[in-house]
Structures are given as structure tokens and as C-alpha cells.
Design a protein around this ligand. Structure first.
Ligand SMILES: Cc1cc2nc3c(=O)[nH]c(=O)nc-3n(C[C@H](O)[C@H](O)[C@H](O)COP(=O)(O)O)c2cc1C
Length: 153
């Protein structure tokens, strides 16, 4: 995957809104094959992590948000910041003709931390394999808007 496209994705992420504009997260860019295989194993063998040329790891930074927002920053805003950032990456990648899968099954955060060489100050929130799509799956089903939306008058 071209470096220029990766940079465009990261620039788009850097425009994402965040609580108090603190951007309370860090992004790790992983190209290394062994590291991607380790991530694959640490998430219950989510093969796309081993297959995609690049994986982005979005890690919330609770302390950064806590300084301004206390417990709400520590427990919620930093996770929302990282989540929005990851979603910006998905949208930017799709706009560039690439594909992503949100991997939230980070059931072994300690293994992920060891792999990324980070301390428990950072919480791995989502892993995002990015690459050219091998297939064009049909759109997935959705709940109806009448089920999802409540109109209050
Ligand atoms: C919070 C969250 C966690 C997810 N975790 C995983 C995961 O661990 N593995 C996976 O294959 N997909 C995961 N997904 C992707 C969803 O399965 C997928 O977005 C959903 O089925 C809808 O499909 P679509 O995005 O193609 O419309 C996750 C998505 C979200 C938002």
C-alpha cells in the first residue's frame, strides 16, 4: 500500500474532532509481518490482521483527557476520541479505494501492549487493517429507521 495514501489517511485522522481538542489517543502504524501475525493471534485469529499490508492500532490515552475532564475524560472521552479517529481512518481509506475492518476483539490488551511496546497508560481500543479489497461484499443488513429512531414532538 502506497505511503502517500497512508499519509492521507493519517492527515484525515488528524482532522477528527476530540473532546477539548485534546486528541487523547495515539496511533501505531504496523507493517511488520511478524507483528501483524502476533496481533492476529492475540485477537482470536482475525486473519485480516495478518493479511493486510498495514494495521493501524488506535490506543486511548486516559491521562491526557483526565487532566481537563477528570473521570469523564479518563473513562469516556479518550475512548470516544480514539473511536472517532479510527472511524475517520475508515472513511478516508474507503474514499481512497482501500478497505478496512474494525477489529474490536482486543481481548488480550496486555499482549497487544507488549507487541506495541506500550505501557498500561494506553488502552488499545481498535485495530484497523488497511489494504486493497480482495472482494466486494454485498452491503450488510441494517435495522429499520423506524426501529432505530424516536421522533419526539
Ligand atoms: C466496536 C466494533 C467492534 C468490531 N469488532 C470486530 C471484530 O473484532 N472482528 C471483525 O471481523 N469485525 C468487527 N467489527 C466489524 C463489524 O462486524 C462490521 O462493521 C459489521 O458487521 C457491519 O458490517 P459492515 O461494516 O460491513 O457494514 C467491529 C465493529 C465495531 C463497530
Amino acid at each position: 500500500m502506497e505511503e502517500a495514501k497512508l499519509n492521507q489517511i493519517l492527515e484525515a485522522v488528524n482532522r477528527a474532532p476530540s473532546a477539548g481538542n485534546l486528541q487523547a489517543y495515539k496511533i501505531y502504524v504496523i507493517r511488520d509481518t511478524d507483528l501483524r501475525q502476533l496481533l492476529c493471534r492475540a485477537t482470536g485469529n482475525q486473519e485480516c490482521l495478518a493479511q493486510a499490508p498495514v494495521v493501524l492500532a488506535f490506543c486511548a490515552e486516559p491521562k491526557r483527557s483526565a487532566v481537563r475532564f477528570g473521570t469523564r475524560g479518563e473513562q469516556l472521552f479518550c475512548i470516544q476520541d480514539a473511536t472517532i479517529a479510527c472511524n475517520y481512518a475508515q472513511l478516508a481509506a474507503t474514499a481512497l479505494g482501500l478497505a478496512t475492518v474494525w477489529i474490536g476483539a482486543v481481548f488480550e490488551p496486555e499482549t497487544i501492549r507488549e507487541a506495541l511496546k506500550i505501557t498500561d497508560d494506553l488502552w488499545p481500543v481498535a485495530l484497523l487493517p488497511v489494504g486493497y479489497p480482495a472482494e466486494s461484499p454485498k452491503p450488510t443488513s441494517r435495522r429499520s429507521l423506524t426501529e432505530l429512531v424516536r421522533l419526539l414532538r
